[in-house]
Design a protein around this ligand. Structure first.
Ligand code: PLP
Length: 423
């Protein structure tokens, strides 16, 4: 008689898990107030008081800057827009290289490409899955202009070391903190640890406004450049008397008053949501750490994890089955777990075929680019090992889940482990 559901046994869980919903009466009231004004966005793409947007946008920016302890917060309509604006503000362009992570949402690398700069992939740290400082060092060339670091899964990268490297080499650092709002690094908020930090307010993230994002910086000049790129820079620079025209090609990355009003309410919920994620993670970690062959998430000293994703490492040699076979068995038990995260980005067709902007392979083929970037399989062996063999990722920490739900997740893991000989 098989016990495992994959072999015809009864699944541990046969009802769906509750979803994650942080939107309540506070957000509804805030939206109604905006609708009553009839003014859903107040930006004007010219040098005018409304260049900075309407009252809710400016209120959210003030609250965000105060909360995170930064001088400037610039709202945008997505973290993707925020990353693009940050690369633009950094002054990167054709001929430059930008060091990026291969193990992240695509935009954290694409941001370099849209300015004609070359993404150079460094490898990740096998414990926290963020860029490894040593690998960054190895990838720096005379063409390197900036580094885009990602606080992946909600754990801050090793920012002290990375900022030290950047200052030595005179590089700007952009911190993609889309997954880590509210996480802490040595008493400071992640997202505030570099020259610019990018937050996401997309629906899938810990707090959200449907779509949206925020870029933070302590630098007045970078803040001005971000605001210009957000809002039609090319027709504002004359009136504003801006002298540095590099990358002053504008976009419409503006947030609406509705999203800003929701964002103010969501920000109030952030610390309790992060606390709840940490309680759930601690509950799981206590139980998973009793299973030999599973490595529970690492939290570096001085870090409060954001637990956007709960990462586990699976040692196939201990279990005698592959990670993917194990994940199949969990799925049959009613537990959906990610096999790795996203495919290492350099393996995607855009990099493999070196076609990005236009048909002639710009910027890879640009004659002014003198570097020799590689996108060959194998350039980031840790990332490939994690993605293809070891890493399991779960959306196991959100506040929709009760401890009874977590018990089912753990029970499914234990059941598969105890009956692993059936696989
Ligand atoms: C979600 C995400 C983004 C993009 O956020 P959007 O607001 O959806 O554009 C960028 N980087 C990382 C690491 C993300 O997880």
């Amino acid at each position: 008689m098989p016990k495992l559901a994959i072999n015809g046994g009864t699944p541990v869980r046969n009802t769906p898990f509750p979803g994650y919903n942080t939107i309540g009466d506070e957000e509804k009231r805030a939206v109604m107030e905006v609708l009553d004004t009839g003014v859903l966005s107040k930006f004007l793409g010219t040098w005018h008081p409304d260049f900075y947007g309407g009252p809710r946008v400016q209120k959210l920016e003030k609250e965000w800057a105060e909360y995170f302890g930064v001088k400037h917060a610039v709202t945008v309509n997505s973290a993707t827009s925020g990353l693009y604006a940050a690369v633009g503000a950094a002054g990167a362009g054709p001929g430059d290289e930008v060091i990026v992570s291969p193990y992240t949402m695509a935009a954290s690398a694409t941001a370099a490409l849209v300015y004609g700069a070359i993404p150079v992939f460094a490898d990740i740290d096998p414990d926290i899955f963020c860029l490894s400082p040593q690998s960054i060092r190895d990838r720096i060339s005379t063409y390197t202009k900036a580094i885009i670091v990602v606080d992946i899964f909600g754990h801050p990268a090793d920012m002290d070391e990375i900022m030290t490297i950047a200052r030595e080499q005179n590089l700007l650092v952009i911190e993609d903190n889309a997954q880590g709002p509210g996480a802490l690094y040595k008493g400071r908020y992640s997202g505030t640890l570099a020259d610019m930090g990018v937050f996401s307010l997309n629906y899938h993230k810990t707090i959200h406004t449907g779509e949206g994002g925020v870029v933070v910086t302590d630098d007045d000049d970078l803040a001005e450049r971000l605001q210009l790129i957000r809002n039609h820079a090319e027709v504002v620079v004359r009136g504003k008397e801006v002298e540095n025209l590099v990358n002053m090609v504008g976009f419409n990355y503006r947030m609406t008053e509705i999203e800003a009003a929701i964002g103010s309410e969501q920000l109030k919920k952030l610390s309790s949501l992060i606390e709840g994620r940490n309680e759930r993670a601690a509950y799981l970690t206590k139980r998973f750490s009793r299973i030999p062959g599973l490595t529970v998430p690492t939290t570096r000293e001085g870090v409060l994890h954001g637990y956007y994703v709960y990462p586990l490492r699976f040692d196939a040699a201990v279990f005698g089955v592959s990670r993917d076979r194990f994940a199949d068995a969990l799925l049959a038990e009613g537990i959906s777990v990610g096999r790795g995260y996203v495919r290492p980005l350099y393996l995607e067709p855009m990099y493999q075929k070196r076609i990005a902007i236009g048909k002639d392979g710009f910027p890879f083929s640009y004659s002014g680019y003198k570097g020799d970037v590689s996108y060959e399989p194998g350039i980031c062996p840790v990332t490939e090992q994690m993605h293809f063999n070891e890493l399991l990722t779960g959306d196991f920490c959100h506040s929709g889940l009760g401890f009874n739900d977590l018990d089912d997740i753990v029970a499914a893991f234990v059941k598969v482990v105890e009956n692993i000989s059936e696989l």
